[in-house]
Design a binder for this molecule. Structure first.
Ligand code: AMP
Ligand code: MG
Length: 326
């Protein structure tokens, strides 16, 4: 069975949110952040996109729950007052209570049964704050398996590996068994995408986070060295890393587990995971294990992430296994 309606509504919601963000993210109020209890920033854009997309999804699919990153917690009390007022101005057709209610619709716990959406309204909030890359990431999970993924990347250019210019803004999507596609944020010509055909691992281009601990850079440096990779790594925020791998700009995305107790969030990977898989790539954790999206909000059974064009996956895995990470 396909997911035509889910894909249509999901694409409309992500495109609407990505266009809105592209139009307003330069405003100073989008650069004001509050900090969550884990120290990560959250902005007007995170709440605006979560309210908007949750609302569209629940109107079309009231029975499908949503696991989304944000809650209204930071908006409560005096420190959230300014953000609340800005949100009310951006969503004038909603009452203050309706806005909070829309945000809190993303409170599902995930798991291996039934269907649910998972949403990261702004993946790479630090990237948005620094005027780098960020993504709006939406995926549908059914019986623990990712079946649909959509990434809205308002700041992404047409080819990241050579830094060429061109109009910014792309949407990527993939449905299980039906391939991966991209289209320009301001157009609608859909192009099928596929991973790079690089066969020699030494010819590959690696991609990694911008905001990673020094130990992660040391580790990826050692891997690149052991594989004789001479190209400079592309550093990029958010699931845009999966998008550029899926369309062949890069061929490796390595994300070491930053600390023993750190577990990745499902919304930070689900959409990118299926977009790379359907473009012909391979995605596992950094030990080669399949990613298990069926165990709740986090990838509790996995450590780190390795995504490649598939052909070179085993070679990179071997290098990762041999290299000590500290
Ligand atoms: P990226 O832009 O790929 O570096 O990933 C940013 C995402 O990683 C954020 O949205 C967080 O959910 C998640 N994250 C937060 N803290 C950490 C951490 N210490 N190590 C790895 N990922 C983190
Ligand atoms: Mg986020």
């Amino acid at each position: 069975m396909g997911f035509e309606l889910e894909k249509k509504i999901g694409l409309e919601a992500v495109t609407k949110a990505a266009r809105a963000c592209a139009g307003i993210s330069g405003e100073p109020r989008f650069r004001e952040a509050l900090y969550k209890t884990d120290g990560s920033p959250v902005t007007l854009a995170d709440f605006f996109v979560q309210a908007l997309i949750n609302e569209e999804l629940s109107a079309a699919f009231p029975e499908i729950p949503i696991v989304a990153e944000e809650t209204s917690f930071c908006l409560e009390g005096s420190c959230g007052k300014k953000l609340r007022e800005n949100l009310e101005e951006l969503l004038p057709e909603k009452s203050p209570d309706e806005i909070l209610c829309a945000i809190n619709r993303g409170n599902h716990k995930g798991g291996g049964h039934g269907r649910f959406w998972t949403l990261d309204p702004i993946d790479g909030t630090r990237g948005l704050l620094a005027k780098r890359q960020y993504a709006i990431a939406l995926a549908l999970i059914e019986e623990g398996e990712v079946v649909l993924g959509i990434l809205g990347c308002p700041e992404l250019g047409p080819d990241t590996s050579n830094g060429a210019g061109g109009e910014k803004g792309f949407i990527f999507f993939a449905e299980k068994g039906r391939g991966s596609y991209q289209f320009g944020l301001w157009g609608n010509t859909r192009t099928r995408i596929s991973v790079s055909g690089v066969e020699k691992v030494s010819d590959s281009i690696m991609c990694e986070s911008v905001e990673a601990p020094d130990s992660s850079y040391e580790f990826s440096g050692k891997i690149a060295h052991s594989l004789n990779i001479s190209a400079k790594s592309v550093r990029m925020d958010s699931q845009c890393k999966y998008a550029v791998l899926a369309r062949g700009d890069t061929s490796i995305y390595l994300r070491p587990q930053p600390r023993k107790d750190y577990k990745e969030n499902i919304w930070d990977h689900a959409a990118g995971y299926i977009i790379v898989k359907e473009a012909g790539g391979t995605v596992t954790d950094s030990s080669g294990k399949f990613l298990d999206f069926s165990v709740g909000k986090k990838l509790l059974e996995n450590k780190g992430i390795l995504a490649t064009n598939g052909v070179i996956h085993e070679a990179v895995l071997q290098a990762v296994r041999k290299t000590v990470f500290q």
